[in-house]
Design a protein around this ligand. Structure first.
Ligand code: COA
Length: 338
């Protein structure tokens, strides 16, 4: 931590999901699966999919406008917009520039950041650095995913298809003077381990593929759909998440008993229950929305923050942790005083 007398404080949150609800029963009409299997293995009951014509930047825009309104700010007050996603609107320039256009953000710099399901925590870390270094005063951090258009909704792709959903969440961070108990980010700890990259990935299109990035053959072989070694992911997630959560709590000098709320990336309710059990965290100290929204990757954590704040679970002074694990592999944890 730079600790230059400045702390990055969340001053506004927002979230948006499309209106179209897709239940487990709906998916069972497309592939060999069942509501019972999905709920038992993942905790998911339904998720949201975009309507034809809706774009990732539309979801992000709605979440960002809520966050700006909650903070009482205009887009021109921002010094940076960081958008984390694994499902960018276009191969390049990504999603953030379309969001930028829709927000009418003038010349405020923006960029897309890719760290998959840990993407929001990675973006939060960079926003924290920009603010603590004095380079930026206010940074908007957005997580946005449209996964419904990129999954194999047949029995072959059912392991991944039942998990993912569409959604967006946003927070605005502002420089705050440090006093002993002032609100803000107390620590962010991140890790990666690239040797597992092919255990959870989308192979195509690939810029290293000859003669071009995406061929008919690749599509026929379904290499443009996500591949997941579910058991491998599960095993690593339940090990790495408690490890990094403990690391970031130690860096922030916060005891696990002093945490009011533990928020976990919404990949699979069973992963989070396992992690909570390992750390002896009672269910009433966590909050989930996976049963309603599925796994929204980089959007999951900011969506949780916005909901938790709206229903009063998160209030000023509370200590909250954010922990995620995802493709790469990437994982991380943050500690904040709200
Ligand atoms: N519906 C019904 N059956 C399904 C299914 C589905 N949606 N998906 C897989 N199955 C089947 C498999 O084909 C397999 O059948 P078989 O025994 O005849 O071969 C059986 O269920 C068990 O599959 P397995 O992959 O061993 O199940 P699992 O207990 O590991 O659960 C996951 C699968 C995906 C739920 C689990 O591995 C998981 O949650 N992993 C982590 C995923 C994750 O978090 N991803 C995102 C990371 S950010």
């Amino acid at each position: 931590m730079l600790n230059r007398g400045i702390r990055a404080k969340v001053v506004g949150t927002g979230m948006y999901v499309p209106d179209r609800v897709v239940t487990n029963e709906d998916l069972a009409g497309l592939m060999d699966t069942s509501d019972e299997w999905i709920q038992q293995r993942t905790g998911i009951k339904e998720r949201r999919y975009i309507e034809p014509g809706q774009m990732p930047a539309d979801l992000a825009q709605a979440a960002c406008e809520q966050a700006l309104e909650a903070a009482g700010l205009e887009v021109g007050d921002l010094d940076f917009i960081l958008l984390a996603t694994l499902s960018s609107q276009h191969e390049f320039p990504g999603t953030s520039f379309f969001l930028h256009e829709q927000l009418d953000a003038g010349h405020v710099p923006c960029l897309d950041l890719r760290a998959q399901c840990s993407g929001f925590l990675y973006a939060l870390n960079f926003a924290d650095g920009l603010i603590q270094s004095g380079k930026s005063k206010r940074v908007m951090v957005v997580g946005c995913e449209v996964q419904s258009t990129g999954i194999d909704r047949t029995t072959e792709g059912r392991d991944v298809a039942v998990i993912f959903g569409d959604g967006a969440g946003a927070v605005i961070l502002e420089a705050n003077e440090v006093e002993s108990d002032s609100a803000g980010i107390l620590d962010v700890k991140l890790h990666s381990e690239g040797k597992h990259a092919r255990r959870l990935w989308i192979e195509a299109p690939s810029s290293g593929h000859m003669p071009c990035r995406l061929t008919r053959e690749m599509i026929d072989e379904k290499r443009h759909f996500p591949y997941m070694d579910g058991r491998h992911v599960f095993k690593h997630a339940v090990t790495r998440m408690p490890e990094v959560l403990k690391e970031s709590l130690a860096n922030a000098s916060i005891k696990i008993d002093d945490v009011d709320l533990f928020l976990f990336h919404q990949a699979n309710l069973r992963i989070n229950e396992y992690v909570a059990q390992k750390l002896e965290i009672a269910p009433d100290r966590t909050f989930s929305n996976i049963e309603r929204f599925g796994n929204c990757s980089a959007a999951s954590i900011p969506m949780l923050l916005a909901e938790a704040e709206r229903n009063g679970i998160l209030a000023p002074g509370k200590i909250v942790t954010l922990t995620a694990f995802g493709s790469g592999f990437t994982w991380g944890s943050a500690v904040l005083r709200w």
